[in-house]
Ligand binder design. Structure first.
Ligand SMILES: *Cc1c(COP(=O)(O)O)cnc(C)c1O
Length: 406
């Protein structure tokens, strides 16, 4: 096992962060932007590979009684998963390895299995669409009771927590970038019911910008597909929990329901993770610049980005995050038709769903029939990549300029 011990207090390049001390003790925990590079490496032995190998085997040698820790069969474990699971756990601040899944939604399905039958699930009105559909379908089938909340309205969430078994949080939310008060909500959930669980979908922030376990959350979820893998070439998900009992339940669920990762995908995710810190540093800086310029543009009605001083989530995000991330939203003047035309005129930005890759993507969210109607029709969601910032702005500006003349 590679050590997962780190204790940092802020993420990469936070504008508020003071410079790090010049002389840290040699035994100081590694910073997260080191850990993304160094975690999950094979032991240092002469001629050992620097990178972990991909293990392509559905079964593992063994005879006699199968005991704990035996690999046995490829649905229970695969050495190809271990390096990523260890690295992610270290980044999120868990002593226990994470759990990789076939997709973010496979991870969400496993996480929702933690709600007791007939229990109560509190969930944000705005959250990842697939999670909302899954929860609604399970509730309609009688699996549990569902209570929707506006996650930025702390009092409203707390009022909904009476008798709740699981609080699902996403912050910033998809696609409106609302910010939940993580420490207050976790504390309230535990005070009202010590057995209640809190799960945080940390996909948008990544552990470099936000670490929900430090606020007392029980489980962190990632769509590894997005920033962690980072290249729009793999679908994967992950859960991390520091609680041995919960991890055991989740591991059992994964082994029996079978939503496992392929060895090649796990390798791609680890390869992508190596550059997470530099990708975020770059894309986040560009997102801040674009948000500012968009907010000053006459053809733009409103911008949503927690890094803007005027954003309703700004103070909260500044308090609990190490940076504001690389997703932003804006509504052009002229409604949905103008938004669609604007997207059509873009030449560098790729019109496509998803986020967190090296290439910049743009999408009008309400083009999806399942998107909640409380999401504005004209809202464009931008996932800022790592291209040259001025090239990205020039493309947006030419498209916005044309929209004004119509
Ligand atoms: C994409 C996404 C998911 C679902 O992950 P998949 O890997 O697509 O299954 C869940 N939560 C958030 C916030 C996402 O962006």
């Amino acid at each position: 096992m590679i050590g997962c011990n780190l204790a940092y207090t802020r993420g990469v390049s936070s504008p508020e962060a003071p410079p790090p001390p010049a002389d840290r003790p040699a035994e100081a925990p590694l910073a997260p932007d080191t850990l993304v590079v160094s975690a999950g490496r094979p032991a240092r032995r002469h001629d050992a590979p620097v990178n972990p190998p991909i293990v392509v085997s559905s079964t593992f040698h063994g005879s006699g009684q199968v005991v704990d820790g035996d690999r046995a069969y490829g649905r229970y474990s695969n050495p190809s998963w271990d390096p990523f699971e260890e690295a992610l756990a270290g980044l999120e601040g868990s002593e226990l390895p994470g759990l990789l899944y076939a997709s973010g939604l496979a991870a969400a399905s496993a996480a929702l299995s933690l709600v007791p039958h007939g229990g109560v699930l509190v969930i944000p009105r705005h959250a990842y669409q697939g999670v909302l559909v899954m929860a609604a379908e399970l509730a309609a089938a009688g699996r549990f009771e569902l209570r929707y909340v506006d996650v930025a309205e702390t009092d409203q969430v707390i009022a909904a927590l009476a008798g709740a078994d699981l609080l699902w949080l996403e912050s910033p939310t998809n696609p409106l970038l609302e910010i939940a008060d993580l420490p207050t909500l976790v504390r309230a959930a535990k005070q009202l019911n010590p057995a209640a669980l809190v799960i945080v979908d940390n996909t948008f922030a990544t552990p470099l910008l936000q670490r929900p376990l430090e606020h007392g959350a029980d489980v962190v979820l990632h769509s590894v597909t997005k920033y962690l893998a980072g290249h729009s070439d793999v679908i994967l998900g992950a859960l991390v929990t520091p609680d041995p009992g919960l991890r055991e339940r989740l591991l059992h669920h994964r082994s029996i329901h079978g939503g496992i990762a392929g060895p090649f995908e796990a390798w791609l995710a680890l390869r992508g993770l190596r550059t997470l810190a530099v990708r975020i540093e770059r894309s986040q800086a560009t997102a801040g610049l674009l948000a500012q310029r968009l907010s000053e543009h006459p053809a733009v009605r409103s911008v949503r980005y927690p890094g803007l001083a005027a954003d309703p989530g700004h103070a909260r995000a500044a308090a609990q995050m190490g940076g504001f991330g690389s997703v932003l939203g804006f509504e052009p003047v002229g409604g949905a038709a103008a938004a669609d035309a604007l997207v059509e005129r873009l030449r560098l930005w790729t019109p496509a769903t998803s986020l967190g890759g090296v290439e910049s993507l743009i999408e009008r969210r309400r083009r999806h029939a399942n998107e909640p109607e409380t999401v504005p029709e004209a809202l464009l969601r931008l996932s800022v990549g790592i291209e040259n910032a001025e090239d990205l702005w020039t493309d947006l500006r030419q498209s916005l300029a044309n929209s004004q003349t119509r």
